[in-house]
Design a binder for this molecule. Structure first.
Ligand code: ATP
Length: 326
């Protein structure tokens, strides 16, 4: 039996909703598709997000990440082209949008605050969507502004805030109903490194409190730092999934020699243990043997190259290609 009143729903959300036991996934996606007309934007997607875990969706522009996220919170209808399942905290978004609204917090890609209103009024208006009374809302808002370190901006108009403050406020807003699942679509795009690190720290604190996080990002460092697991999408399809460290270890050579000045580079060939890649500004040699790459580097000017461990960005480019997508 589901809760009837908004207060009960908020309480239920605080207690973990319909999936308040630790082993059940917070999100389950099986064979999900999304068509826009005849365009196939999400293709047979499958993944699960464990309760209290951080799951990342990565992919080039147009890969289908936002389309998938919107399906989860009911802003997009999935296409029913075959047997498929979507469950968010145990609910199907097709017929339980309201329940999901009470259990999740959404940080959309765009800043959709009301610019004419103050920080406080933006949050108060949002609290009404959850049926919170004014005193309940005010104490929650104070708590959240303190958490996101925006207390001093309570009376400020939105247009007086920096980009970083607006993003922090949108995260605070998404937490107003004490959600068990937080969905963030590129939460730190365009922000300076200090704000980005600040937001990562807050997201880690939420994870430590048991909140489940689903995030899309174009920042590989962000995905590596935060995600227990991630899926890389390409043209609507999932092409890789796993723990970030394991994905790197299992899918790309350990070391890379990056050559930035290609003017004086002779014709270095790839061989069985060295793989060559090139983009407009760099020549890259990948190998599991540090020594092999060192040997190549000995033929170069010291300032022209960089020998390092390969990372998530190397894997991302290897798996989704170096050509522009959209
Ligand atoms: N409402 C829509 N109508 C038609 N096509 C759409 C619509 N929304 C998205 N698309 C298309 O679906 C594809 C996937 O878009 P989506 O926004 O899901 O990608 P994304 O991976 O989130 O990209 P980005 O990283 O740029 O945000 C794109 O080709 C996009 O143009």
């Amino acid at each position: 039996m589901k809760s009837e009143t908004s207060e009960e729903r908020i309480q239920e959300s605080a207690n973990g909703g319909s999936t308040g036991y630790p082993d059940s996934p917070a999100v389950r996606v099986e064979n999900v598709n999304k068509y826009y007309g005849s365009f196939h934007a999400v293709k047979n997607l499958n993944f699960q997000v464990g309760t209290g875990r951080c799951f990342g969706l990565l992919g080039p522009n147009g890969a289908g990440k936002t389309s998938m996220m919107k399906i989860l919170y009911g802003k997009n209808q999935r296409s029913h082209s075959g047997e498929n399942t979507v469950e968010v905290m145990g609910y199907d978004p097709d017929n339980h949008e309201l329940e999901i609204k009470y259990l999740t917090g959404i940080v959309p890609q765009e800043d959709n605050l009301d610019v004419e209103l103050t920080v406080l009024d933006n949050l108060l208006i949002y609290s009404r969507f959850y049926g919170m009374n004014r005193s309940q809302a005010r104490s929650r808002i104070d708590e959240l502004l303190e958490f996101m370190e925006l207390g001093e901006k309570k009376g400020a108009k939105i247009r007086e805030l920096s980009g970083g403050m607006k993003r922090r406020l949108i995260i605070a807003r998404a937490l107003i109903n004490n959600p068990r699942l937080l969905i963030l679509d590129e939460p730190t795009t365009g922000l300076d490194p200090q704000v980005r690190h600040h937001i990562w720290d807050k997201l880690r604190q939420l994870l430590n409190r048991g909140v489940t996080i689903l995030i899309t990002t174009h920042y590989m460092e962000e995905a590596f730092q935060l995600c227990d697991e991630l899926a890389i999408m390409h043209k609507g399809e999932k092409i890789l999934q796993g723990n970030p460290r394991s994905l790197i270890d299992e899918n790309i050579e350990r070391y890379v020699l990056e050559i930035h000045n290609m003017e004086n580079v002779g014709d270095i060939q790839e061989n069985d243990s060295v793989r060559k890649e090139q983009d407009n500004i760099r020549l890259l040699f990948y190998s599991n043997s540090h020594r092999e790459l060192e040997k190549i580097s000995e033929t170069l000017n010291p300032g022209d190259y960089y020998l390092r461990q390969s990372n998530l960005e190397d894997l991302f480019l290897k798996s989704t290609g170096r050509a522009l997508h959209e």
